[in-house]
Design a protein around this ligand. Structure first.
Ligand code: HEC
Length: 99
């Protein structure tokens, strides 16, 4: 039986460097009204900027895309920095693990 839950929320992440400072904007939809732009101060922008792999989109969670982004050289500096920091944690043991 297919999952037929009602649609909960719809948003849009629009890329247009002529319209938006920074080149991207998020839009929220409220029922049938026209979409409104979410202000730049919203946490959407900072989280996506600091943690998303490519151009503020979370490419790392879509199976085929990370390898393509790696080959294309489009992984963001913030993502590469986070990955390097996470890799540095491998092999670190928990302090005072024994009582
Ligand atoms: C704390 C971090 C964080 C915040 C804040 C955040 N997001 Fe995201 N967003 C994510 C992550 C992680 C994903 C990818 C996971 C997924 O697709 O479910 C995502 C996915 C998305 C996507 C799908 C496209 C993509 O980049 O994968 C859209 C659109 C989106 N978010 C919009 C928003 C909007 C609008 C807001 C603010 C109202 C917002 N996000 C706030 C972390 C965040």
């Amino acid at each position: 039986m297919p999952d037929r839950r009602p649609l909960d929320d719809v948003g849009a992440h629009v890329k247009d460097s002529r319209r938006f400072p920074g080149g991207r904007a998020f839009f929220a939809f409220d029922d049938a009204s026209p979409a409104t732009v979410i202000p730049k101060e919203a946490s959407c922008y900072s989280c996506h900027r600091d943690h998303a792999a490519v151009d503020t989109a979370f490419v790392q969670f879509y199976p085929a895309l990370p390898e393509i982004a790696k080959r294309s050289g489009t992984l963001s500096a913030a993502y590469l920095k986070n990955e390097a920091a996470a890799a540095g944690l491998v092999g670190v043991s928990a302090p005072n693990a024994t009582p």
